[in-house]
Write a protein that binds this ligand. Structure first.
Ligand code: DSN
Length: 415
């Protein structure tokens, strides 16, 4: 019996979601389209298996094939990033970060992490998180030029004597000098952690600096630029291996999601191929086209542009809020997310900015020419945010363009 025959309601919703992905321009920088091979592994029988523990040391019988899969995922991740130790079990980025803190810190320890509105992440010590109640997070910011200021970071490190310095961001668009951060940490006797969730695919392809061989610990998600299944991963120096594994299981999680780990293994194989390097280069080239045209059209680019896959844009000079821009773009078939900008005076649900990126469109095969067209549509949609007919017209153009870049041909949930 097919899914559609058994549960039409879910099948129809999935078919609509598939069509939304096919007919729209997905520009949320943390999203991507996995390959059909990754999707197949994700929907495999490995979901049926309990495998608490680690390869060769499980608390359940029948884990021999699961061990093969998990060991392969670990070996491939080590190969990609040059890691001494890898744990592929974190369910996603937030639990990976929580486990990393648990592995390295004691309650009350001081951590330097970037402020959310300056490009950091909630799990880097925002007051709404549990971690912020356990550890003493001190938040640093970008400087007046809108850039990461490592001299200020050093001064703060000398002042606060943190146990851990945390870099790696979810809305910051510039390169990070990990080697300099390590020097600062060494000067004050701190450990180092990088959260490379957004840029892991670019690092895997050698398109951005790699902290893995320098830092104590590096966390990531596997579903953003790395283009794997929704999940997390921790890489660390051998000296932290035991603490990391213990923090993930049994410290934080129970049975690992082995179907997701199988899909991670497949995605890592893809990331090791020469085509992935071409893909990562194109992600950056596409982001540069958006940067150039949107700047020419009068948009205010935070951090003065981009070195990676994303742009954070203050849209208020265009007479709209981030929420209004997101809604208008949605109506035009372009999906982005509203986002706070540094020291935003507006509220998180209606901030001043939008964040957009190129990983998903690049996966579809779009290049510089398409980016020029898309930048124009973004500008037009925002200028005409109150004109539903114009937004509908752009949506029609968007749909036409997407037909030239097929997504999951042959896939259907409607039978
Ligand atoms: N929610 C992710 C993002 O969009 O960047 C980070 O957790």
């Amino acid at each position: 019996m097919t899914l559609h025959e058994y549960d039409e309601t879910v099948a129809i919703a999935l078919e609509k979601e598939l069509n939304r992905q096919r007919e729209g321009l997905e520009m949320i920088p943390s999203e991507n389209f996995v390959s059909s091979a990754v999707l197949e592994a994700l929907g495999s029988v490995a979901t049926n298996k309990y495998a608490e523990g680690y390869p060769g040391k499980r608390y359940y019988g029948g884990c021999e094939h699961i061990d093969t899969i998990e060991a392969l995922a670990i070996a491939r991740a080590k190969d990609i990033f040059g890691a001494e130790h890898v744990n592929v079990q974190p369910l996603s980025g937030a639990p990976a970060n929580i486990a990393a803190y648990e592995a390295l810190l004691n309650p009350g320890d001081t951590v330097l992490g970037m402020d959310l509105s300056h490009g950091g992440h909630l799990t880097h010590g925002h007051p709404v998180t549990q971690s912020s109640k356990i550890y003493n997070f001190i938040r640093y910011k970008t400087n007046a030029e809108g850039l990461l200021d490592l001299e200020n970071l050093r001064e703060m490190a000398l002042q606060h004597k943190p146990k851990l310095i945390l870099v790696g961001y979810s809305a910051y668009s510039r390169e990070i000098d990990f080697a300099r951060v390590q020097e600062i940490a060494d000067e004050v006797g701190a450990m180092t952690m990088a959260d490379i969730a957004h840029i892991a695919g670019l690092i895997a392809a050698g398109e951005m600096n790699n902290p893995v061989q320098i830092f104590d610990i590096v966390t990531t998600t596997t579903h953003k630029t790395l283009r794997g299944p929704r999940g997390g991963m921790i890489m660390c120096k051998l000296k932290h291996a035991k603490a990391v594994d213990k923090a993930v299981f049994p410290g934080l999680q129970g049975g690992p999601h082995e179907n997701v780990i199988a899909a991670k293994a497949v995605a890592f194989k893809e990331a090791l191929q020469p085509e992935f390097k071409v893909y990562a280069k194109q992600i950056k080239a596409n982001a540069k086209v958006l940067e150039r045209i949107l700047r020419e059209r009068g948009f205010k680019l935070m951090f003065n542009g981009t070195d990676n896959h994303l742009l954070l844009i203050d849209v208020t000079p265009k007479g709209v809020s981030g929420h209004e821009a997101e809604v208008a773009l949605d109506k035009a078939g372009i999906t982005v997310n509203k986002n706070m900008i540094p020291d935003d005076t507006r509220k998180p649900l209606d901030p001043s900015g939008i964040r957009l990126g190129t990983p998903a469109l690049t996966t579809r095969g779009m290049k510089e020419a398409e980016m020029e067209q898309i930048a124009d549509w973004i500008d037009q949609a925002i200028i005409n945010h109150a004109d539903d007919a114009k937004l509908e017209e752009i949506r029609g153009e968007v749909k036409k363009l997407t037909k030239n870049f097929p997504l999951y041909p042959g896939l259907s949930y409607s039978k």
